[in-house]
Design a protein around this ligand. Structure first.
Ligand code: ADP
Ligand code: MG
Length: 712
């Protein structure tokens, strides 16, 4: 009965046309005053399940949320949608709290976010004001359960807090946690009254899962990143030491990377997190301490540098990619020796033997996932107890052909034989020395040069040999012992393979090169989003989601009505940002003489804007003015276009062979300075050069110097 009204709110405030699976029903249930339990995966849109009811219900909806550091972003997000919201937590001063309580009493807000630690105080703060509380939403509700992965003792206060409110509000619990025990715990500890349950299944169709075994991880990551352009990603390591090493490596290689682990001071962690959320940094290297409640919707990839403790943790962490529903990647780098790290964590934890046993089993499943030949999505969903899952998803490394198998039977036999003849008493380096026929002191001292396998693989590249051995370890043909100086041993698997003359193959990874596409407008829109984000101190994804920018860059709306039809543009954002984005798009369309294909626009829009321009003209028009002696800025003013556009026009003319003085683009006295930077980092890519220079040197200047000196 509420459907029409709620759909209207969805459109007006959030700019979305349809509910996602389960949302509409959950919202109805809550508005009807039924306790509800929403179990949906990350990115399914759980927040809307209480935000829309909050708009409908009379009074103020309280939201209990575990992470103080993220409340501001959540509230900013709502405010930017034109929804009155605020938060009260320990980061505020006494007078700020008082001011907010006063505003609450004046009905200024529909939602108030609270931290579970501060609930005792809330009754006291609210004692003198008269407010209605129709709904309490407990977000990340699994935190109440000891059996979950994020137990927070303060969540145990939630129920007693609820019981002090009269009349009892409707309670909504939200979580992405799959396990039965935790779900039962939530219902009982929060005392949900016969709740309506909303499950949507755990599949995240937009995530692409990949497992790579036995890769050289550092090389892999550098390779992988070279293919990603300014995209946000998280790399999870299993130890703080690994986090720091990788952080250093990436920064040294020119990737702006943050790091996060529990050993860093609170203020550093906060700063790193903010820089990631606000896109001053694209990459975050972190331990599992990073991420709960991170709502950054446009994380495009999550790489696991090593296996986590179990598949549930893996899915949680990997699932931080692609909350916005856009295609995103979840990569797991597996190496056999990382199992030892996880075993060590279990062994040294203070848990009882029963729990340790359980943890070992869970770790086993994680390892099985790393080895499985079957569809990775199917493996995960079956683990979470889903039924009737397709055998192939066409969206994971098992189902697509990015991994090739290479037959290495001969090489493997040589290696096994060498390990065997050396008595399984040496580590990887010595075995490689022997196979390569090295004169290394140790080899000679131990008489290993007398072995029949000495020099057997002389012809092979040491790097290749190293890779093959690593993959044989990863695939369980060789075992690396867990001593301080690990020894290489044969396993039953390799013994069997030797005996049966089995053929052995290893994975060779083909990372797809991303297709070069023209995303100039997308980049411009992203830059505008970033500057608005800085002006308003809100994260870029709060200004607009990636999908909104994408739609803008393909549908090219040219007036407010068209702009309002874009996914993610509600009335408040249309008012706040519409003009600036529209101007940018209009200018882009004009500059590039784009004739819009109006079939891409929604059929409801009758476009009254037709832009058909003579393709030959625009930049030549600028050129004529240039030849009349006007400087680039004057031309921009005369033509009412931006100076960047004019620069582009004149540069295009130069490239067409017309007479242009490149010095017009190069600021006085900076040619040598720019040349120096080019010599340092090479002329292939402009961005690294730009990063070397002071910000006032623009791309055109760099391009002009390259062309002038014929360096391209
Ligand atoms: P969850 O809490 O379940 O992980 P969020 O509530 O943070 O997910 O929502 C994830 C993303 O999906 C957000 O960017 C949100 O704006 C978007 N979203 C939510 N509902 C819809 C919808 N009906 N249509 C399109 N996008 C939606
Ligand atoms: Mg959420």
């Amino acid at each position: 009965m509420y459907k029409d009204e709620t759909l209207n709110l969805l459109k007006t405030y959030f700019g979305y046309e349809n509910f996602k699976k389960g949302q509409g029903e959950a919202i109805d249930s809550i508005i009807n005053g039924k306790d509800s339990f929403v179990v949906m995966p990350t990115g399914a849109g759980k927040s809307l399940c209480y935000q829309i009811p909050a708009l409908v219900l009379d009074g103020i909806t309280l939201v209990i949320s575990p992470l103080i550091s993220l409340m501001k972003d959540q509230v900013d997000g709502l405010n930017s949608l034109g929804i009155g919201a605020t938060y009260i937590n320990s980061t505020l001063s006494k007078s700020e709290v008082e001011e907010r309580v006063l505003d609450i009493s004046k009905d200024k807000y529909k939602l108030v976010y609270l931290a579970p630690e501060g609930l005792d105080n809330i009754n006291y703060l609210f004692r003198n004001i008269d407010i209605k509380i129709p709904l309490i939403a407990v977000d990340e509700a699994h935190c109440v359960s000891k059996w979950g992965h994020d137990f927070r003792p303060s969540y145990r206060n939630v129920n007693s807090f609820i019981s002090t409110i009269n009349p009892r509000p409707t309670i909504l619990a939200c979580t992405a946690t799959a396990t039965d025990v935790v779900q039962k715990d939530v219902i009982s500890l929060l005392d949900l009254h016969d709740p309506n349950m909303f499950f949507t299944g755990f599949d995240r169709p937009n995530l692409n899962f990949k497992v790579f075994r036995g890769e050289n991880k550092e090389t892999f990551i550098l390779n992988y990143l070279s293919n990603k352009k300014d995209e946000s990603g998280i790399i999870y390591t299993s130890t703080r030491k690994e986090t720091e090493q990788l952080y250093n490596l990436l920064n040294k290689n020119g990737y702006k990377t943050g790091m996060y682990h529990a050993g860093l001071a609170e203020n550093i962690r906060r700063e790193m997190q903010d820089n990631f959320m606000y896109e001053n940094l694209n990459l975050m290297v972190a331990t599992n301490a990073f991420g709960m409640g991170i709502d950054k919707s446009n994380v495009r990839f999550v790489i696991h540098y090593a296996i986590p403790k179990n598949l549930e943790a893996y899915y949680q962490e990997a699932g931080r990619a692609g909350r916005d529903g856009e295609p995103s990647e979840c990569v797991l780098l597996f190496n056999n020796k990382d199992i030892q790290t996880q075993k060590y964590f279990i062994d040294t934890s203070p848990m009882d033997e029963n729990k340790k046993f359980q943890d070992y089993n869970n770790l086993r499943t994680m390892v099985d996932y790393s080895y499985t030949q079957k569809c990775l999505r199917q493996f995960i969903l079956e683990y979470f107890g889903e039924k009737d899952i397709a055998d192939s998803c066409n969206n994971c490394s098992s189902c697509t052909n990015e991994i090739e198998l290479k037959d290495i039977t001969t090489e493997a036999q040589m290696i096994f034989s060498c390990v065997y003849r050396a008595g399984e008493r040496y580590g990887v380096n010595i075995i490689m020395d022997v196979l390569k026929g090295s004169q290394n002191q140790k080899v000679l001292r131990f008489g290993l040069d007398k072995l029949s396998t000495y020099g057997l693989m002389k012809k092979y590249d040491r790097k290749f040999l190293d890779e093959v051995i690593n993959k044989l370890i990863a695939d369980g043909y060789l075992l690396m012992t867990s001593e301080q100086y690990p020894l290489l041993k044969l396993t039953s698997k390799s013994k069997l393979a030797l005996k049966n003359k089995e053929s052995i193959s290893i994975q060779i990874v083909k990372l797809e090169k991303s297709v070069e596409k023209d995303d100039t407008l997308f980049d411009l829109l992203r830059a505008l989003r970033k500057s608005i984000s800085v002006e308003l101190s809100i994260p870029p994804y709060v200004v607009f989601a990636d999908f909104t920018l994408k739609e803008l860059s393909t549908k090219l709306p040219l007036n407010e009505a068209e702009f309002g039809e874009i996914k993610g543009v509600g009335k408040s954002k249309l008012e706040k940002y519409g003009d600036r984005f529209l101007n940018l798009i209009k200018e882009y369309v004009e500059e590039n003489e784009i004739v819009r294909d109006d079939t891409t626009l929604s059929s409801q829009i009758t476009s009254n804007t037709v832009i058909i321009k003579d393709k030959a003209k625009s930049h030549h028009e600028s050129y004529n003015l240039y030849k009349e002696g006007l400087n680039l800025n004057d031309i921009a003013t005369t033509r009412n276009l931006s100076s960047v556009t004019i620069q582009k026009h004149i540069m295009d003319c130069f490239l067409e062979g017309m007479d242009v003085d490149l010095d017009d683009f190069i600021p006085k006295d900076s040619e040598g300075y720019i040349l120096e930077a080019i010599n340092k980092v090479g002329a292939e890519k402009l961005k690294p050069i730009k990063d070397e220079l002071s910000p006032d040197i623009d791309y055109m200047a760099i391009k002009a110097v390259i062309l002038k000196h014929k360096m391209a």
